[in-house]
Design a binder for this molecule. Sequence first.
Ligand code: SIN
Ligand code: FE
Length: 322
Amino acid sequence: MMKTADSASAGTLLTIDDYQSPQGWRQPADAKQRARHYCDQLEQGKVLFFNRIPFNFPDENQKFLLSQKQSSSRLHKNVSYRPKQEKLRGSAGNKEETARLHAVMRSFSQETVKFLSELLQPYAAHWTLDFASFRPEQEKGRDLPVHKRNDLLHVDSFPTRPMHGRRILRCFTNINPTEARVWHTTDTFPALAKNYAADAGLSEFAAKGSRRSHPLVRGVKKMFGLKAVDHSAYDRFMLRFHDYLKEKEDFQQNCPKIRLEFPPGSTWMCYTDSVPHAVLSGRYALEQTFIIPLHALVTPEQAPIRVLEKMTGVPMAAPAMV
Ligand code: SIN
Ligand code: FE
């Protein structure tokens, strides 16, 4: 059964109208309480939505991004910006264009950070800034291997950046002047875990625990110049769960779907480790990722790691890492 009614998407989308750009909060005296409320709503699996871009994003920067040539590499069409290392990846232009692209991505990242420092003030002192990206490719009809397909419902996990239970928060902006970005979503993580975690092997991942890889394996990786990243049981399960959901045709075809349309010039954010998402169509979106530690959350017991630990009865990451 396909749920596409507005009432279904209204339950997932929370439109914010008491924070605007550049003024900020409509009632500054209530800022603290409103910010806490929005953190709480995100943690409950809501998608926060603005029908305008709620931070400074100059027109000329948007026009520049829309005019960019695309990289010819099929799997690396995105531009990524790493704020902590000040690095840009995926530019297809010459030296000057690359420098401009770098500056535009830096500005987007900084403005998003400024905006979320106010909107989600309880998180701001605690988050780790992750990558930002620009997604110029039309999502509809992309020909990708199944685990890389973003038009299949999934929750996010990063192979190279273990979370140890910390949360993945992403803030998106659609700069396409005419076309919406269209997502599907379905029931959030607690329901997905209840229905599918056991079948995806949760108890085996929990039983193996969070031991570091064998010193020999770490040594060999080092020899080849690879970083030996330590994945917790939580990370190993979440990586598997991402692939499991994409592979599972019955789930992809038959789960109840809620269609979300993000119009030109809109901004939205959610915890993508808990809100399942599939992008069906759209091009020219930007996104900045934040990593939120559990101690910064308003309701840490709703975090996926806590949901899984409740099911398995064992810790799935070392407490010091969360
Ligand atoms: C994703 O699956 O994380 C991508 C969503 C998007 O690009 O809209
Ligand atoms: Fe995703």
